[in-house]
Every structure is written in C-alpha cells, then in structure tokens.
Ligand binder design. Sequence first.
Ligand SMILES: [Zn+2]
Ligand SMILES: [Zn+2]
Length: 302
Amino acid sequence: MRDTNEPRAAATSSARLPTLAEARERKLVAEKSGWFGDTNLLESDPRSERHALALVVRALVHTRRHHDREDELGTGLVERLIAAASQVPARRLRGSSWQCVVAVHDRVARRCDACSYRPGTQICQGCGGGGSIRRGNDERDRMPCSGCRTTGTVTCARCDGGLAIQRVTVRTFEDHVAELEHVFLPPIPIAMTAAISEHLLAIDELPAELAVDVDRPATVPLGSYRASAGFTPPRFHGIDAVHVLPEAKSTLSRLATQGTLVERVVQAHAVPMLLLDYPGHTVGIASVGETLTAFVAENDGS
Ligand SMILES: [Zn+2]
Ligand SMILES: [Zn+2]
C-alpha cells in the first residue's frame, strides 16, 4: 500500500531528507488494517525513526575472456587470422565473439591430407556426392542438393581449397555484457523491499541531485570521534550508506569475474528514506525530488 503526494515546496538542488512532520503536512497515508478498521499509522508517533538509503543501481559491465585451441587451417585463412590479431573488432558495451591466430607451429606449410582424392574439394556430406537428396520413401523422388549446388563436391573445409595447411593456435575471444538493474535496501520487511524496488525502478529518470558515485562516497570528516576510532562509514546525502553500499559494490565486482574488465558504466542514485518503527509494522517514506511516497508493511515474523 502506498500513497503519493505531489509537490508543493519550492525546488531545491540538494537531496531532501523526508521527515514525519512533512509527511503529515502532506497528508500521506500509511494504512494498517485492524479490528476497528483501517488506521493511518502516520497519525500516531513511532517507537523510533531513522534515515536510511535506497540505492538504485543501473550498470553495464563489459568483460572479455578467451580460450586457445590448436588446429590445422588453410594458409589463406591463417594469413587472414594473423592479420586479425592486430585489430579488435569488438563494439563498445556489446557482446560479441571473434577469432585470430596467435601462433604458427608449422614454419613450412604442408599439403592438405583431407582432399588427396580430389585436390581442394571434398565429397558433399549432404548428398554423399550424388548431387541430389531423396525427398520421401520413393528412391526416384529426389530434389537437388543445395549444399553442393548439385555438383556433389564442396570446397575442402580444412585447406579452404588452397591445398596447403599449417598447424596454428587459434584464440577465440568472447565479449560479454552483463546488465544490472537493482535497488539495494537496508534491512526492512520483505514485502516493503518489493514495493519500494518496483516503485523506484519504474521512475524513468531519477533527479540529478540523487546521483552518487559508488566508488567515491563521502565519509565522516576526519577528527570526528568515529573517524578517529578508525571507522569511517561511507555516506550519501549525509546518511550512513553502510547497509547498501558494500552489497552494491560486491554485486558489481561479481559481474566482472566472467573475464577481464573492458568497460563498466554505472549509474547510481541514493534515495533518502525515513524508516518509522511501529509495533508490528514498519513505515518507509521515500523522497524523490519533490515527491514523498509512503510504504507500509507488517514486520516479518509478526
Ligand atoms: Zn551435395
Ligand atoms: Zn584440403
């Protein structure tokens, strides 16, 4: 259940932290059902309240891996694949696959042994060399073989018709692009996790003032008692990000373990939330731009 209240206050350029007073002033509703009908929890005072963050992360992680195999290839193809080693045909943030030759093991090319009967050609596997294929049960009902265009032979697959082959190492590259679209949330009831995630992911463009750099969070200024104790929690908009940032960062790095990292594009927004603790229920109020949205859920296990 949620209730949205559209803007009234003037625009500000920094992230606004939601408060219970503002939620009440905007007449937000966080309803719980009970014996005596529905009650708006926001009308009563919570046992406790705290600010927290919902971290919306959208990312593309482009990784590359390769594997090698030894093979015997026609000299013409070897030449082309050696040339291919000096250029990377991959496109930015796109999955793709390509090959090149990274080592030549036969200094002198050898005569292809796969086409000794008819140099440069092999018997067509589709029609067995006859040039036509049986259509049904009747031996006389035949159609032309498209694999060899009825000639019964095809270009030798090993030497590519050039008769000379070389043993080489072929390297196959595979580029993979992993996509992430996720809302990282502090510990809240499971039902609320789903509702908030759905709500925030449906917003096409989150306000610029909520954009954050996951690699460069602010920390508590040096000299404060927590910093001097050797603990500097990451912060966004002045709110402790320790419940969301480490998980977001480990998820992002897990996406890069598929191979070596080529490029990573991360878009992250930290949405300020107010979490209110009521007996049996939790209310969450999210602040996006000028809009406050209330979510309510029964506490897990209650
Ligand atoms: Zn054929
Ligand atoms: Zn051959």
